[in-house]
Design a protein around this ligand. Structure first.
Ligand code: ZN
Length: 245
């Protein structure tokens, strides 16, 4: 089975559309690692799409905050403003859907989905030192994670060596690898990349060959930015999309 793995769409319809156009024909089913909404201007369009098209979805911290599962206490002012805007915007059906999303770790067809880390759904796995303790909690291989909006991940070999994986460096490129003894794989963010590359990220995972392909694809960032500004969301949320920050 070939899966399209997406994460951190953050209500960016244009990013999601580019990912779907680019990945068409390369997968059979879709899994989503959370943060469906928050920051972007299309929370209902994106949530409707996720509800209809993903076979497995877990919640992210923004899904919890925007649906009222948690208050956005640890969020900065800009993120909190986006939470309030998104809460007001979401339909009752979509609020209910996001509220009911399961938390990770979520095992599915031989792999595991987490938003933050195998130990904690809200934890950021940024470098190898964050990754090392997580391997003991990785029940399956691979584990897919999001939350950092940084495409790539971390691998642990049978010799005990841990090394980082990198995604492609620009749009239109991809990077493939066969999973080693343990892999934590981040497909990147489809809607708000933060690894200094503005293009939308996604992953394809083929369960028989156990090959992961990381991809970056250009999208209509100007349209996403215009919608954010016209919605009255903080303009910094539009600006950052240009820089992948
Ligand atoms: Zn996120």
């Amino acid at each position: 089975m070939r899966y399209l793995i997406i994460s951190d769409i953050h209500a960016n319809w244009e990013g999601l559309q580019a990912v779907l156009a680019d990945s068409e024909g390369k997968y059979e089913k879709i899994c989503c690692l959370g943060d469906v909404v928050g920051y972007g201007a299309d929370p209902n369009l994106v949530t409707d799409w996720v509800r209809e098209n993903c076979v497995a979805v877990i919640r992210g911290n923004h899904d919890k905050a925007c649906s009222g599962v948690e208050e956005p206490d640890g969020f900065n002012d800009i993120a909190r403003a986006a939470v309030q805007w998104t809460r007001d915007e979401l339909t009752p059906e979509n609020l209910e859907y996001l509220r009911e999303l399961p938390k990770g770790p979520y095992e599915f067809d031989g792999f595991t989905m987490v938003h933050g880390s195998p130990m904690d759904e809200d934890e950021y796995v940024i470098d190898v030192y964050d990754a090392i303790p997580q391997f003991a909690f990785a029940i399956t291989n691979p584990v897919f994670f999001g939350h950092t909006h940084v495409q790539g991940g971390f691998a642990l070999t049978g010799m005990g060596t841990v090394f980082p994986r990198r995604g492609p460096l620009q749009g239109g490129e991809s990077a493939s690898f066969e999973v080693v003894d343990k892999e934590l794989v981040n497909p990147g963010s489809a809607g708000q990349p933060r690894d200094a590359i503005w293009e939308a990220g996604y992953a394809i995972y083929e369960t028989e060959s156990r090959v992961v392909t990381l991809v970056r694809v250009e999208y209509d960032v100007l349209a996403a930015q215009t919608k954010i500004r016209e919605a009255g969301l903080p303009s910094a949320l539009a600006d950052r999309l240009s820089f992948g920050r």
